[in-house]
Design a protein around this ligand. Sequence first.
Ligand code: SF4
Length: 219
Amino acid sequence: MNMNPDEAKDAHNQVPSDLQRNVFITSLDYMYNLIRKTSVWPLMFGLACCAIEMICTAAGRYDMARFGMEVMRPSPRQSDLMIVSGTVTKKMVPQIVRIYNQMAEPRYVIAMGACATGGGPFKEGYNVVSGIDRFLPVDVYVPGCPPTPEALLHGVLKLREKIARQSIKQVPWYQKGVQDAIPQPVLGPDIFDPRRVPEIRQRTLQPAASEGEEEAETA
Ligand code: SF4
């Protein structure tokens, strides 16, 4: 029987009947992201009242185990998600940045609550930072004072969506060149030594800018 070229190509691409129930064709990105997004391990780390809601989210009523997240790790080396839950004081920022730098790539940050996202009710306080995104790249912001466990779970779902959109070819941790650690703020006479603030700001905005370009390219 003579087949035209299209029919011949289709016939060539068909999965044999004895394999049809066993062969699953997908992209490398899908598998890579599926594995990572369904086993995010948060760092056991809280700063203020929002941490109580985070603890509640991990308890039986909300059950983070269904997201593969029930293991909150006490070590940054074994974690890939930092949930900044609570008021970020200037005194704590160097420690938060140091812990973030100790996490291996890929790593993500959720800013949980009004305080972590923008200073919250203490924004004008002399000792409070107006959002952790001034020092770390934040992936998801969860609003509220405090956000409910449901809100945090919504933030987790948003993070999973973000992970699912990443491409193994573009993720920063597989690019050539050594990635420097985020510069650690230094406590100075006026709470902070401001000399590296522009550099820190540039580093924290970098991932958001490159992601915007990525989305523009795919649009
Ligand atoms: S956002 Fe509200 S609940 Fe959360 S740490 Fe700040 S003051 Fe506390």
